[in-house]
Design a protein around this ligand. Sequence first.
Ligand code: NAD
Length: 416
Amino acid sequence: MVISAFDVVKKQIDIVAKEMGLDPNIAKYLKRVERSLIVTIPIRMDNGDLEIFEGYRVHHSTVRGPGKGGLRFSPEVNLDEVKALATWMTWKCSLLNLPLGGAKGGICVDPRKLTRSELERLTRRFTSEIINMIGPDIDIPAPDVNTNAQIMAWIMDTYSMNKGRSIPGVVTGKPIEIGGSIGREQATGMGLYIIFEAMCEKLGLDLKAQKIVIQGFGNVGGTIAQILFEQGCKILAVSDISGGIYYSEGLDIDKLLDWTHEGNYLKDYKDDRYKLIKNEDLLTIECDCLVPAALENQITINNARAIKCKIVLEGANGPVTPEADRILFEKGIHVLPDILANGGGVCVSYFEYVQDIRAYFWSLDRINKELKRIMLEAFEEVYRIAKERNIALRTAAYIIAVSRIARAIELRGFFP
Ligand code: NAD
């Protein structure tokens, strides 16, 4: 059975609503998004043909501030997925206590099949189509799967051209030269590391001795792989959309990053010691820490029992379904939930937004210090509640995040 990402979201709300005794009226409201826009994007391809793409932007909740959330370019993108991702952004911003709401967007496209000029036209036309739904005090997009700093630069430029002045605060994850923040590109991986280190400390584990398996080798998976490799951890396996590679003595992550940064797939990397594996098989390799850092719904009722690790560090959004969560909890596996573990990206995006608005830029040292403070404050609170109530870390994180949203709704009341 195919599980819809938004069904997962609704189940997660039910679980936390029961645990915290949430007002059923608020729970009902939180299972809906504030607004969603579907746009048609006609693009003249380089060969003269017209191609039509579909794009989405969703605001789940702006009760605590402007929407914040990434933009995803992928053939699998659909409205249901974008609604789920927007909702997770609401919880993430709330858990980290950022004055931002939850939003997300995407275009159903395989960007690898487009030329650079086609990709630029697609991005610019999409930006024009959603122009009334974004803005520094409305909703601020950022990179996500298959989008990057260049795409953010095109969005910022299109928005600015339409408004008649430069408005860098409309997107985050921009190039540093046009108002991006130092440290943003590595921020999600850095945040994962901060949370993993804190968890190792709680469990009395020596971080450097941990054996790691990572699904996804893009911004998030690649960065956490590099940081842990530098720390001396053995990275047993990594994968991208083409499949995975495994070596029981630990992969050379620097060489693999050079290879993939040149535009190559992991499956084509040549080293006689490395074994090719399927993405499904990667997830069940015996290790200390499994990092799903690709897509949602990867650890499900079908494979959760076969997972053999101590810690699941969620780099991706929504990689573990609620049924799988229950199984992992029963097995004693600690799942560091997405809304906490991968919050480093939105945290530094928030710093970028603040820097753009104030037109005053911070040092890397200040960025990293503030990031660590925010991530660790959230971690300590989540860990404490999970211990006190003997519940999963995810449920504890949701209790904090949903309580803050519910309180904001209560204080603001329902208009009119
Ligand atoms: P990315 O495009 O940089 O990398 C995605 C990686 O996943 C690539 O290596 C790709 O080949 C691989 N992949 C795609 N489909 C796959 C599949 N079916 N099986 C295995 N691997 C597959 O994207 P990213 O920014 O690293 O995002 C990865 C995940 O992290 C997403 O869930 C995203 O929402 C989440 N996330 C990203 C950020 C961020 O700052 N970029 C922040 C928080 C969460």
